[in-house]
Design a protein around this ligand. Sequence first.
Ligand SMILES: Cc1ncc(C[n+]2csc(CCOP(=O)(O)OP(=O)(O)O)c2C)c(N)n1
Length: 941
Amino acid sequence: MNLWRDFHGLNAGYVLELYERYRQNPDSVDAATRASFSRWTPAVDGAPAVAAPAADKIVGTVTLAQAIRTYGHLAAQLDPLGTPPPGDPSLEPTTHGVTEEDLRRLPASLIDGPFVERVANALEAIQTLRAIYSSTTGYDYGHIRVPEEREWLRLAAESGRFRPPRDPINPEALLERLTQVEAFEHFLHRMFPGKIRFSLEGLDMIVPILDEVIGEAAEARIHNILIGMAHRGRLNVLAHVLNKPYAQILAEFKDLTRGRTRLDGIDQAAGDRLLASWTGYVKYHMGARRALKGGEPLNVVVSMPPNPSHVESAYPVVEGMAYAAGTQADKPGPPRFDPTVSLPIVIHGDAAFPGQGVVAETLNLSRLPGYHTGGTIHVIANNQLGYTTNPKDARSTLYASDLAMGFEIPIVHVNADDPEACIESARLAFAYRTKFQKDFLIDLIGYRRYGHNEGDEPRFTQPLMYEKIERHLTVKELWATTMITRGLIDGGWPKKLMQNRMQALQRVLESLHPEVELVEPQPKAPPPGAARRVQTAVPAQRLRELHASLLRAPEGFTLHPKLERAMQRRRTALANLDEPGIDWATAEQLAFASILEDGIAIRLTGQDVERGAFGQRHAVFHDMKTGKVFTPLQALPQAKAAFAVFNSPLTENAAIGFEYGYNVQEPGRLTIWEAQYGDFVNGAQMMIDEFVASARAKWGQTPSLVMLLPHGYEGKGPDHSSARLERFLELAAETNMRIANCTTAAQYFHLLRRQAALLEADPQPLVVLTPKSLLRHPLARSSLRDLAEGRFEPVIDDAQARQRPEEVRRLILCSGKVHVDLVTSGHGAETPAIAITRVERLYPFPADDLRPVLDRYPKLESVAWVQEEPENMGAWISIRPHLGALINGRWPLRYIGRPPNSSPTEGSSARHATNQRTLVEHAYDLNSTIAEDMFISSEET
Ligand SMILES: Cc1ncc(C[n+]2csc(CCOP(=O)(O)OP(=O)(O)O)c2C)c(N)n1
């Protein structure tokens, strides 16, 4: 036995202590230890025969080593501008009761590690640890709770496995790359002074880091690489990583009038309208795609989706895209996710990462079923400033990356002026991600050479920092110096390289043909009539077979008794062709089943969607005895594509961003997100404004995301009632979305099928205000015939009034649940002069369907819009001009409803009930006057 070879660290200390005890009294240790020590000749074995080192020195050495491994990053020189690191007392030997002399006397093997063989004693071992952990890289992984991962990370750091020169790099290629990056910024700076480009300078190493990760990913045959990033350095990454041609970028900088007067493939009038509203977009937010070419068909696509100015909003979108790219959904059952197919890389700002809530929301998705992408590589482009704000005002944490610690993401802080350390961090990130399929974060600490943008004067707010920056050599210059010192190049070479690059850019600028080079995505005009032609009816026999399949549970599956009864009731729902036995949830299941049978995959997510917030859906059943789950739509024999259903975590913003990304990456799948209550969708207003509503106009994207938003005034109070329809209507323009508020199960059925059928032909987001009480209301139920022979009706006229049109004096137009309140009020029978027509599709405004309704009633005296939302909410404000144009002064158009209110509803259910009753009474009161009631607004049009 050799003490120092066989035992390390504290173990060695403990054995020594035991040996001391044995020496003084052999009986004080157990028999096995006694036998072992009796064979031990300390002098021969190398252990001190008489004076073993004091245990406290051994313990001190070991705890010092441990402290360096955990806190060494606090002493690392991470700031290229030279700010001294904060340090930590635990990194000092004296804190652990040891001196350098003690360490020199102790053997290196006290400290376990791959380098131990190469060093002579504990002092050298500690010095080696310092060189590793407190250099220009700060390994920050002490928060990882999985021992295997921690050990892997430790060995990776201490073996230098990924670090040049052990893992060599091509120094000339790196110099050329850094020259390319720098020259591009210099050139733009010189040729377009004052133009915003959000220069990368100070964080130039981002490009070689991306090169490294992408190169490794391509070798690992990862097919889809998705890069998410905001403004900083985006142009440089577009040019050099995505290979966006210089000519195209320069053409955008020239900012020439587009000179385009027509769009191909559509008539002039439609083209004019589109061009008039076509917004185009700022160059530093545009997206790009690049197919990597290799010797053999590599088939790797690197893409960077466009992003809005809202920093970090692209992060969940990229995750959704990566997840979709890695998910196979063309076979029935649950979809299959392969983490080796795609790789998300997200570049964050150092102020944005800790500041924007969507980051925490998205990090929380990272390891959840239905969202886990196999690991994201994060890079914080840490220039130590957020616009004009210093870190001390930007975050409550030491590092910009600290939020990631809670998600057990290993972090490497790295000085952006040390290219070799940066390359190592990229390799480490990729290797860790490959091994553990988890996120990894590189906190790349550099600086910002100019102001927030190039027109900004940074010295107003950071005069001292910019004094340093002015004198600071660029990373390219530093690397060139290193190469000269290492004798790799001669002194004139870097300058020559730079000249070459600048001249090349100059040649591109001189030979620019902006009309050719300026390639902007064009919004695709929807094919005329696609939506109108779509067939959504499903033959009754096919529906009955689907229904039977959906009700077939596995052998021996024990349902909850209440669900068992509900299922029994459901069994008969389709028995009779004309009996309205199909409720909302049954219609939804049938719609989903038939869509799957048509070969279109479905993904449904949202809070508690598996059961449904109102206990209506039960897309997933739980066995009462075993807890096993059963998802009928995943066991459907007729299905030809996958069905995914996932309860989402409690997020709206990241959740919608993720689904948006999933949707645009795989537009052939029906992607549905459901809000718990419709009002919560406002937590994702940014995603709705910036992506769902406007991405088509800004970036030429064609999303088709479905959002199900429970809506309806049922006395719940200010929250839980309104899905804020008014906001969606306000955002609706051109062909950017469809908005519906349907009142029957069949309408919902056809609407979903219609959306699925239009995914390719005419994709548009679909906003559906879904019911709560109507989920089970008899009037909302539909018959099998409605599903088998009907279609989605944008407008449903009053079936009874149609029979006696000449009696009708007032036409009430309404949408959603208030229709049921009106027709169940009992006033109808007394007032045959009223017709009640439902507007089921609110956008696009169904003018063609309403026109015949208005023309149907020859004795009409007035048209009234009735809604339960206050006057400043709901559909009224948006729909009023459309109705006015349609009525064209033939009758007065009046509003019957609550007055404007800053809150969506009354706070009390009693008050709600009274107001709702009054509202209905006034709708039926042909003699009511404007001033009589609080429900009537002050004006007639
Ligand atoms: C949601 C949002 N709020 C505010 C802004 C305005 N803004 C743009 S960049 C920026 C500073 C970002 O700092 P940081 O994340 O460190 O990135 P940097 O610009 O320094 O690279 C601010 C405040 C924005 N774009 N998005």
